[in-house]
Structures are given as structure tokens and as C-alpha cells.
Design a protein around this ligand. Structure first.
Ligand code: ZN
Length: 294
């Protein structure tokens, strides 16, 4: 026979987040109180979640939170966190319960495209590398990526390889071969990753890249770089020549920019090549874009 009955109440002590990634765990801050101020925090709670056939028994931890496991599916997920009734030492604590709905959302993904050759020769095959990563570091090997051309047609497909890109834990990648368009100029592609078929729901993603399409080379150049004072050839110099036509810099003498001179050994030296070597190094892709074509 119970001597006393105490009413109880359960509530969130901090608001629950509106959205939580599917399949993750949420620490939910809970306040369980007794009308007569008994300490109830050691008593068990039962949590009913959408995926569980039987309610799980959990305790409030030292920081006042219980773990809520979000099912690995997308959409609103409803939970009930219930206490009691509980009887001990002639005191009966009445039951109480809290219901809440959490919106379960897909994990994000991201795409990277690299090793894009520039320029590419019109009509010829070229390769790019494409990598995809899950925000939850999920294994993405075997999933398909597709490259679309400017007119939104599939230009190539790839399948993410079994091993991640060296030095990364979750960047899955593939090398994709494409055929360059037959028109010259800057061309754009988009890479799309649907991220379908994973145990954890993921959102797909897309990324774009562009490359300059050029005519096949018309000349073969031999470049020799000579040290100015000693006139000695310099070894291991990186030289990059692009199909870009220089634009006169305003205020600068055009004849100087296009001046070429023969050095002592009769090799052609280009002021622009010297500029490039003196500066940040070989042309990079961004520099290339700053030159007008035509
Ligand atoms: Zn009490």
C-alpha cells in the first residue's frame, strides 16, 4: 500500500533542433521533475521511436540528456519519452510523457573536379578526375557520376573507385574520359552525383568545370632558358605555353611586349616567357583566362 503519490512532469530543458541528419544520434536535454521535489534523474525512461518495435530503456546522463537515435530515413520522425509510474519507499510517482517530432534530413555530399587539362584539342579525348564526398563520410565506392555537356546531354559516366583519393579518408573518385567539342573557345560541363542507393539517405550534388578548346598545335617549339649573366642553360625549368594571344597592356609599349631578341647562342627569347619565369612561375589557368583570344 503506497502512502504518498507524487505527480511528475517531463519537458525539454533546451529546444530540440528542427532538423537532424538521418541515422545520427541526438542528445536531447530533458528535465524530469517531481511536484514534491524528489530527485528522479536516476530513474529509467522509455523511449519509443518510429523504428523500434519495443521501447528502449534509457537514463538521463550526467549532463541531463538522453540519446535519441534518428532512424536512417528522411522525413518527420515522432518520438515519445515516457517516465513511470514508479513506486519505491512508500512513494508512487505518477507517469508522465513527452512527445516530439524531429525532421530527419539527408546527409550532404560534395563534388570536386581536378586535373582538367587546358587547353584541350578539339575533337580529341581528354581525362578529368572527379571526386565525391559524403558529409557523414559514408562509403561511396561503386556509385555513379555523370558528366553533362553544355547542351545537357550525358558526355560520360564514371563509377567511384573502391579506394579513396590518397591522403583523404572519404574522397571517392574516378578518372573520366571525355571527347573535346569540335568548336574552339571556352566550353563548360557539369558533373552530377545522385548519391542514390546508400544505407544513409544522402542529397545529390553537382559541380561545373570549364576548359579552353583549341586547334591542334601547328608548330613544335624548342625552348632553351639561359641565365642572363653566365649565358648558361638552366636545367629543370618549367615552361608552359598556352594558345593565348597577348593583349597590349594599357600604357605599355606594344612593340616592347612583342619584341623578341636572339641571345648569344641564337635561341629565341621571348620577353613574355621571361616575365612569366620572373613572376609567380608558369602560367596557371587563371592567368590564361586573362588573355583575350582573337
Ligand atoms: Zn516525489
Amino acid at each position: 500500500m503506497t502512502a504518498h503519490t507524487h505527480s511528475t512532469a517531463i519537458e525539454l530543458s533546451e529546444p530540440a533542433p528542427a532538423e537532424v541528419a538521418a541515422g545520427s544520434e541526438l542528445m536531447l536535454k530533458i528535465k524530469l521533475t517531481c511536484a514534491a521535489d524528489c530527485d528522479l534523474h536516476n530513474l529509467p525512461l522509455t523511449i519509443t521511436s518510429p523504428d523500434d518495435t519495443a521501447p528502449a530503456v534509457r537514463h538521463i546522463n550526467d549532463s541531463g540528456a538522453v540519446t535519441l537515435r534518428i532512424p536512417p530515413k528522411v522525413g518527420p520522425q515522432s518520438f515519445t519519452i515516457a517516465f513511470g509510474p514508479h513506486e519505491a519507499d512508500d512513494i508512487r510517482h505518477e507517469p508522465c510523457a513527452l512527445s516530439l517530432t524531429i525532421n530527419s534530413i539527408p546527409h550532404g555530399t560534395s563534388l570536386a573536379v581536378w586535373d582538367i587539362p587546358s587547353p584541350i584539342v578539339k575533337g580529341e579525348r581528354f581525362t578529368i578526375k572527379v571526386g565525391a564526398k559524403s558529409a557523414a563520410n559514408a562509403e561511396l565506392n561503386g556509385l555513379e557520376i555523370a558528366v553533362f555537356d553544355n547542351s545537357d546531354k550525358v558526355a560520360a559516366r564514371g563509377r567511384l573507385r573502391d579506394t579513396t583519393w590518397p591522403g583523404t579518408s572519404a574522397l571517392y573518385w574516378d578518372e573520366v574520359e571525355l571527347t573535346a567539342p569540335t568548336e574552339e573557345g571556352l566550353r563548360k560541363w557539369s558533373v552530377r552525383f545522385a548519391a542514390e542507393g546508400l544505407a544513409l539517405p544522402h542529397d545529390g550534388t553537382a559541380a561545373g568545370f570549364s576548359a579552353m578548346v583549341a586547334r591542334p598545335p601547328e608548330h613544335r617549339l624548342t625552348v632553351k632558358v639561359i641565365e642572363r649573366q653566365s649565358k648558361q642553360p638552366i636545367e629543370d625549368v618549367q615552361v608552359r605555353l598556352g594558345p593565348f594571344r597577348g593583349r597590349p597592356v594599357p600604357g605599355r609599349d606594344r612593340s616592347d611586349r612583342h619584341r623578341r631578341s636572339d641571345d648569344a647562342e641564337g635561341h629565341v627569347r621571348s620577353p613574355r616567357l621571361e616575365d612569366s619565369l620572373r613572376g609567380a612561375g608558369p602560367f596557371d589557368r587563371d592567368q590564361g583566362r586573362s588573355f583575350d583570344r582573337g
